[in-house]
Design a protein around this ligand. Structure first.
Ligand code: ZN
Length: 656
């Protein structure tokens, strides 16, 4: 493992212990093989004057909810060391009391809750303490002769602690084991099935120890490894199977769930392990992963619905055997799936949760590959894992404040997404909590949005191959399609019918009519298994109130309206709603430059504002207004409406 310490960066921090603590915590946090998503914790001990000018020993320990990779000074909770050191002398301490008394010993009441390992940090008699869940060390310990191998690598240089629950129980165990110990005789503490603690009076020395200890484990693994799992071609994705499975999982959890396919060579080779069912069921890399990934992934076979039933039955049985009656069962759905010969699927309500599951699953698969070559993957028993899964202090981490966004977990596809109405729809959908595949012909789409909720796809909607591939990529990335905003369109140059060339006519039909039909046809199989499936077709005022010279545009849009009405009739029994939106005079789009607007307004003898507000309500209609209505039509407010034609034009006398 690379030592990332930079003398210059660290030198700038001078004598500021908390600054140094932030610096080396971040070095640890940026190495995924040390800690993942909130895992691990660090601390520094200082002497500080209180209000009465008395010097007190303070432990600044990582606060709950902070990530080491991005931690700031405010991420550390200042707790009076003397209180923590007395707590460990208690025979017993409940989680509730531990948290309450740690909070009341904080010198800043606005700081976050101290890490569950605060007491353990307090009793280690060094200024800086680092704790990680290093993959390499845990992998070796998660094998059949794990403890012997750890002894073989480190000898007496480390203190080995068999697995106990983190928190007070662990602190108490280490306290007992170290009462007679000369701390200077060990370099680290190895917690079997859990992780590593290093310590020193200098931040740099403690960090160096961590890197050195972990590097030794990595070298041991590379000596034993005979096969590299990162090989082989990518797997093929059965997108319809994925969408159906995601629908069933959503049913089981009672909320829409995303499902991201991972057909990387790592996932694929893992999915092709001969003993897959047995290996996958053995348990997670570290116990704290269980709140994100459940104890084990689901292994899929030919009948996904049956597999899910079996998995949830087994989960209910597991809960039944270990609960003491005080816990409420969590949803029995898996958080990741292994599909033999195809790779893995990562599940979650939000794309952020899916990302966490993906990272943990990838590290777990790598660890399993290695452990299998070291005598076999062997983790904690179900009882220990159950205790961790249902530990109140762990479940706290999953709580998110406020009410979830109404479209959380739902998946939309929007065409013509680079600007104007399409862009406004993408942004509005994401605001509501949905994830969106944003399609556009303009290559700018590839850099248009930079956030995990949006999948940018360059696509010519008139090319059926590109359209199919975009639909499939959407399903592979998010797990299905629930909502379609078929918006991409062009406004061709005006010609009278007699003056119109065939090319102009044909092009408008291709883009404004045919492409929508093709896209709808490709999406229907996914919408059928979608959640509250709904389609919004972007029509035009021209359907009800055509103008001379615009036959290519108006006829295509009229055709699109008729197509939508028939689609509403045909797809209603499948639960798919299809409605049409007819915007007019939306001028904040790419085609309407300031010059064109001015010229048009002058043609009618109006000012630009008068021209924009030239409707019954004397109001300007913007892209955002259209997006607002489109998203409303995709949501529960329109759950009883299909086949509707809804204008958004400020009121048009010819339409009314
Ligand atoms: Zn830990």
């Amino acid at each position: 493992m690379k030592n990332l310490w930079n003398r210059e960066d660290a030198g700038k921090l001078g004598e500021d212990p908390l600054g140094m603590r932030v610096y080396s915590s971040r070095l640890i946090g940026q190495e995924e093989d040390l800690v993942l998503h909130g895992g691990g914790n660090t601390s520094v001990k200082t002497k500080e004057a209180n209000l009465f000018d008395e010097r007190e020993d303070i432990l600044h320990v990582k606060g709950s909810g902070w990530d080491l990779a991005t931690i700031e000074k405010e991420g550390f909770s200042p707790v009076r060391l003397s209180v923590l050191k007395r707590m460990v002398e208690l025979e017993q301490l409940s989680d509730v009391d531990m948290v309450r008394h740690q909070r009341s010993a904080m010198t800043d009441p606005t700081a976050p809750n101290p890490s569950v390992e605060a007491i353990l940090h307090a009793i280690i008699p060094f200024t800086f303490v680092d704790h990680t869940h290093a993959d390499a060390v845990v992998t070796i310990s998660n094998t059949r002769n794990g403890e012997d191998r750890i002894k073989e690598i480190y000898g007496n240089r480390v203190l080995i602690v068999p697995y106990v629950m983190p928190g007070f129980v662990l602190a108490r165990e280490v306290y007992k084991l170290t009462r007679q110990l000369d701390w200077n005789s060990i370099e680290a503490i190895i917690l079997l099935n859990h992780g590593v603690f290093t310590f020193a009076d200098e931040a740099r020395s403690s960090y160096n120890s961590m890197i050195a200890i972990v590097s030794e484990a990595e070298e041991y693994l590379s000596r034993c490894e005979s096969r590299d799992p990162d090989r082989g071609p990518e797997g093929e994705i059965d997108t319809l199977g994925v969408a159906k499975f995601r629908h069933d999982v959503s049913d089981l959890t009672g909320r829409p769930i995303l499902a991201q396919s991972d057909n990387s060579s790592l996932s694929l080779s893992f999915s092709e392990q001969p003993e897959l069912q047995s290996i996958a069921d053995r348990g997670p890399l570290t116990p704290d992963h269980i709140i994100r990934t459940k104890r084990a992934p689901i292994v899929l076979t030919e009948n996904l619905t049956e597999d899910l039933q079996d998995y949830s039955d087994a989960y209910r049985a597991y809960f039944g055997s270990f609960t003491d009656g005080t816990q409420t069962m969590l949803d029995p759905a898996p958080r990741w799936a292994v599909w033999p010969g195809r790779g893995t699927l990562c599940l979650g309500s939000s794309i952020k949760d899916v990302g966490m599951v993906r990272d943990i699953a990838q590290h777990t698969m790598k660890a399993i590959f290695r452990a299998e070559q070291l005598g076999g993957w062997h983790t904690l028993g179900k009882r220990d894992l159950f205790e961790m899964e249902y530990w109140t202090l762990e479940q706290e981490k999953l709580k998110k404040p406020g009410t979830p966004n109404p479209m959380l977990g739902r998946i939309a596809l929007v065409t013509g997404a680079v600007s104007g109405i399409g862009k406004a729809c993408v942004e509005r959908l994401v605001d509501e909590g949905a994830v969106v595949a944003a399609l556009d012909l303009d290559p700018e789409i590839t850099t248009c949005y930079d956030r995990p909720e949006i999948l940018n796809l360059e696509c010519d909607v008139t090319d059926s191959g590109q359209l199919r591939s975009s639909v499939e990529r959407t399903v592979a990335h998010f797990g299905g399609i629930d909502m379609l905003v078929s918006n991409a369109g062009i406004f061709p140059q005006s010609f009278s019918i007699t003056g119109m060339d065939d090319g102009t006519w044909r092009k408008s039909m291709d883009i404004n009519l045919d492409a929508h039909r093709q896209l709808l046809k490709l999406c229907v199989p996914y919408l059928e298994v979608g959640i509250d499936a709904a389609v919004v077709m972007m029509g035009s005022k021209n359907v009800a109130a055509p103008g001379p010279g615009a036959s290519a545009y108006s006829v295509a849009k009229a055709g699109l309206s008729q197509l939508s009405r028939i689609a509403a009739l045909e797809l209603g029994e499948k639960g798919i709603r299809v409605n049409v939106l007819h915007p007019n005079a939306v001028y904040d789009t790419a085609i309407w430059t300031a010059d064109i607007l001015k010229e048009r307004a002058e043609n009618y003898g109006l000012t630009v504002t008068e021209y924009k507000e030239n409707n019954v309500l004397r109001t300007e209609v913007t892209s955002k207004d259209v997006a607002e209505l489109a998203v409303l039509m995709l949501g529960p407010g329109f759950s009883k409406t299909t086949g509707a034609q809804i204008p958004i034009d400020g009121g048009n006398e010819r339409v009314i």
